[in-house]
Write a protein that binds this ligand. Structure first.
Ligand code: PLP
Length: 412
């Protein structure tokens, strides 16, 4: 039997896996055009201009019709969506246990209280039943992240939310154009909030985001709360409608995003093919994700499940050994459990006294310890493989060989 790399053996991965090559001269030319125009005219490159307008129109069309506004981050896309709902301070917002901190922190920035819902067992996505269990008269909104490119059980979640008349923000930072029954995520809830930072399926440069909504009224609210409360959509002569910060996307980012948007669906499709091909070559200890009915993932990363039957190791030992072989693996996604982080546990948001949790105006329990056993348990069986759309059959075979080598070494 071959010695594992983690024990000093030769690495199974001999050839580095390819980078994405998601950008080309088109993005460069789009940016250069803005520079050329600005230099020739003696102007500067701005924001709220024709590039953003075109990007948002093109994005909304791809979503099946509606409205979109460019913002300067995925975190801020969640933030402005929640600001547009305008929850009363000290109300509760339900959010899934597995998410980026940027999908949870906007709740505090609205002076609301995050209520953390556990995931469906064996997955990273929030459970509709857990959401329903946590709804109280204080609940003002629900934020649903579709993690890893895998759609959450959004139809069931919408049924729960509609029953209780609570608005839903879909956090699509990791799931651009993933679908359920052919319908893109971000179109089920009242708002679809997207990150377009450089690591995402499509990007607007280093940072960025987009908010999607089907309602014109909500669209103008979003634009206002993303731009210091400006009175977009209000009668001429109106002044700023609400106190808000500045979350605008700029024209450079928007011009990159327009080119990226043309490619985004092919990126998701190519990633799915890589995942499917790899799935056929995996050993019995490694399983592909089971998706909700009708769902199609866009594989932001591939969530893999360790099947320990007949194996003499834990998932962490297995995944660490795979990483040592040269596979691009995150052995555990524990960094996506924000409610276990210092800022949350010690209630650090504003000042030093635990505001808003500790405010007498908050009528819920400020010492609530959210039980998230399924989220903790899934970290012990799942790990993440960071594949991308540039992987060739040779890369897939190389990855599969590395998994099979580790499987053999640990098989009883
Ligand atoms: C689910 C989720 N929500 C929000 C964010 C925050 O996005 P950004 O980094 O663009 O602010 C991320 C970032 O990866 C994310 O994965």
């Amino acid at each position: 039997m071959e010695t594992l790399a983690i024990n000093g053996g030769e690495k199974a991965v001999k050839k580095p896996f390819p980078n994405r090559f998601a950008m080309d001269a088109k993005e460069k030319n789009a940016v250069m055009r803005l520079f050329d125009e600005a230099i020739a005219a003696g102007t500067n490159i701005g924001y709220n201009g024709p590039e953003e307008e075109a990007l948002c129109k093109e994005f909304a069309e791809k979503m099946g019709g509606g409205y979109a506004d460019g913002v300067n981050g995925g975190t801020n896309s969640v933030y402005v969506s929640l600001r547009a709902i305008n929850p009363e301070p000290f109300s509760e917002v339900i959010v899934g246990a597995v998410t980026d901190p940027g999908g949870m922190m906007p709740i505090l920035m609205c002076n609301c209280i995050p209520v953390v819902a556990d995931v469906t067992p064996g997955t990273y996505n929030v459970s509709p039943e857990e959401i329903e269990r946590l709804i109280t008269p204080l609940t003002a909104a629900i934020i649903i992240a579709h993690i890893a490119g895998e759609p959450a059980d959004i139809k069931k979640i919408m049924a729960v939310a509609d029953k209780h008349n609570i608005p839903v923000i879909e956090d699509c930072a990791q799931s651009h154009f993933a679908t359920v029954d052919g319908q893109p995520v971000g179109t089920f809830g009242r708002f679809g909030a997207f990150s377009t930072m450089y690591g995402k399926h499509f990007n607007t440069g280093g940072q960025g985001g987009i908010v999607f909504t089907k309602s014109e009224e909500d669209y103008y609210k979003v634009r206002g709360v993303a731009d210091r409360g400006k009175p977009f959509g209000l009668p001429a002569g109106s002044t700023n409608r609400i106190a808000a910060i500045n979350c605008n996307l700029d024209e450079l980012g928007a011009s990159i995003g327009r080119e990226q948007l043309k490619k985004v669906e092919s990126f998701g499709a190519a990633r799915r093919v890589v995942a499917e091909k790899l799935g056929k070559l995996l050993p019995p200890s490694v399983e592909l994700p089971k998706l909700v009915d009708g769902a199609e993932s866009v594989v932001w990363f591939l969530r893999l499940t360790f099947n320990g039957e007949g194996m003499s190791c834990t998932k962490d030992e297995f995944a660490n050994a795979c990483a040592a072989e040269g596979l691009p693996i995150n052995p555990a996604y524990r960094g996506a459990l924000p409610s276990l982080m210092t800022w949350f546990v010690e209630r650090r948001a504003f000042g030093t006294k635990g505001f808003p949790w500790t405010s007498p105006e908050y009528k819920g329990s400020n010492n609530r310890d959210f039980e998230i056993p399924n989220a903790k348990a899934v970290m012990d069986i799942c790990f993440n493989l960071h594949l991308n759309e540039s992987w060739t059959d040779e890369d897939i075979k190389q990855a599969a060989d590395a998994f099979n080598k580790v499987d053999k070494a640990f098989r009883k």
